[in-house]
Design a binder for this molecule. Structure first.
Ligand code: CP
Ligand code: NVA
Length: 305
């Protein structure tokens, strides 16, 4: 690719002002789309998408988003590529950069995604790694603000597993200046490097054991699966996570207008009850929709379009 471009690897790698610009653009693009305005700033561009883990939302929202922007996509799975026969990430990055204009990758180790970005000469977008899921949290901040106004100084509460989605939420707490209570069982704490980064970047994150304490007077309760992709060896059902389920009793401890968020897919009856996820305070399908709008803004930002 000729000309300047930017990678979208992590919220910690992008300044608060840039992230805010992306969200403002996402809101404007959503509005223009709903008003019937057609815009094709990425006409002629091709996005390659590499999936080394399953996906519904990320796959479809990037595909549709790229088409709406006038571009095209190529869907690749790791197992069908020479990557699955141990061609290196670095060589793959160099080869793909000769064919396509941007690469989105969903993979296991965070270092694979970073290595791809290091060696690609086109923008690389993180579509989820074992460590983070920044596109999801951009959509989540957008969704919160659509319903309740600026996130600044609001209290978010996470209950459940200390996973990749939480890590990006912790980064967002520093980048967008909201408070975050995290309730996790022993052994499921977020990785130390995210707590350390958050602390040294003005994040207001408190990690605790009690979900009841974490959600007290919260403006938004967020959870996710207890068993992330690649962790299927973990026991499901009644286990250490049971007290961390988001149910009506837990929701009642938050503010009356507190939103409920989940990146989906949800495991109903495990981390969240039907009453909550289908209830009036749940915005899970708005989050899913906003993946489309937020990622179109991310794509445009990567290309400077
Ligand atoms: N939330 C999310 O990333 O969903 P998919 O795994 O379906 O892409
Ligand atoms: N934490 C989940 C998110 C899925 C979108 C996982 O990594 O499987």
């Amino acid at each position: 690719m000729s000309g300047p471009f930017r990678h979208f690897t992590d919220l910690s790698a992008i300044s608060p002002a840039e992230l805010r610009t992306i969200l403002d653009d996402a809101r404007a693009r959503k509005h223009r789309l709903k008003s019937g305005n057609v815009e094709k700033p990425l006409a002629g561009k091709v996005l390659a998408m590499i999936f080394e883990k399953p996906s519904t939302r990320t796959r479809v929202s990037f595909d549709v988003g790229m088409r709406q922007l006038g571009g095209e996509t190529i869907m690749l799975t790791g197992a069908e590529m020479q990557l699955g026969r141990s061609e290196t990430i670095a060589d793959t990055a160099k080869v793909l950069s000769r064919y396509v204009d941007a690469i989105m990758i969903r993979t296991t180790s965070h270092d694979r995604m970073l290595e791809l970005a290091e060696h690609a000469t086109v923008p690389v977008i993180n579509g989820l790694t074992d460590d983070t899921h920044p596109c999801q949290i951009m959509a989540d901040v957008m969704t919160y603000e659509e319903h309740r106004g600026p996130v600044k100084d609001k209290l978010f509460a996470w209950t459940g597993d200390g996973n990749n989605v939480l890590h990006s939420l912790m980064e967002a707490s520093a980048r967008f200046d909201f408070r975050l209570n995290v309730a996790v069982p022993e052994g499921s704490e977020p990785a130390q490097k995210f707590s350390d980064w958050s602390k040294s970047n003005g994040g207001r994150v408190a990690v605790m054991r009690s979900p009841e304490d974490a959600v007290k007077d919260a403006d938004c309760i967020v959870t996710d699966t207890w068993v992330s992709m690649g962790q299927e060896h973990r026991a499901r059902g009644h286990n250490v996570f049971t007290p961390y389920q988001v149910n009506e009793a837990l929701m009642k401890r938050a503010k009356p207008d507190a939103l409920f968020m989940h990146c989906l897919p949800a495991h109903r009856g495990e981390e969240v009850t039907d009453e909550v996820i289908d209830g009036p305070n749940s915005v899970v399908f708005d989050e899913a929709e906003n993946r489309l709008h937020a990622q179109k803004a991310v794509l445009a930002w990567c290309f400077g379009a």
